[in-house]
Design a protein around this ligand. Structure first.
Ligand code: FES
Length: 104
C-alpha cells in the first residue's frame, strides 16, 4: 500500500476551490466540495487535457477541450465524450496540509 504524499496547503485550495498539483509524477486535481477535500486524476480520460483548466459546476468539473464532465468527489465520468472514469484518491488533511494516497 502506498504512503500518503504531500499535495498542497489547505489554504491554497481554499483560495480557489479547485487546484491542479503534481504529486510525484501524477497530475492530481484537488477540490473542495461542501467543505470536504477530494482528489481525482487531473488528466481527462477522453484526451490529454488538464481538468484543472476546466470549468467548475458545483461538484462537477467540465473539461475545457470537449466538454466531458466528471464528479469531483468520485472521478466518475458523467457525459460524453468521456466514457471512462478518472482515478479517485484517498485524502487526509493534517495541520493545514493536504496529503493524497495515489494507489492502494
Ligand atoms: S479532452 Fe476532455 S473532453 Fe476531450
Amino acid at each position: 500500500m502506498s504512503e500518503f504524499e504531500y499535495a498542497a496547503d489547505l489554504a491554497e485550495l481554499e483560495a480557489t476551490g479547485l487546484l491542479g498539483v503534481w504529486v510525484e509524477d501524477t497530475a492530481v486535481l484537488l477540490s473542495l466540495v461542501d467543505g470536504e477535500v477530494h482528489a481525482i486524476n487531473d488528466i481527462c480520460s477522453h484526451a490529454h487535457a488538464h481538468l484543472s483548466d476546466g470549468e467548475r459546476h458545483g461538484p462537477q468539473v467540465e473539461c475545457l477541450l470537449h466538454g466531458a464532465r466528471f464528479d469531483l468527489r468520485t472521478g466518475r465520468h458523467l457525459c460524453a465524450p468521456a466514457y471512462v472514469d478518472v482515478d479517485h484518491y484517498e485524502v487526509k488533511v493534517e495541520d493545514g496540509k493536504i496529503y493524497v494516497r495515489l494507489e492502494d
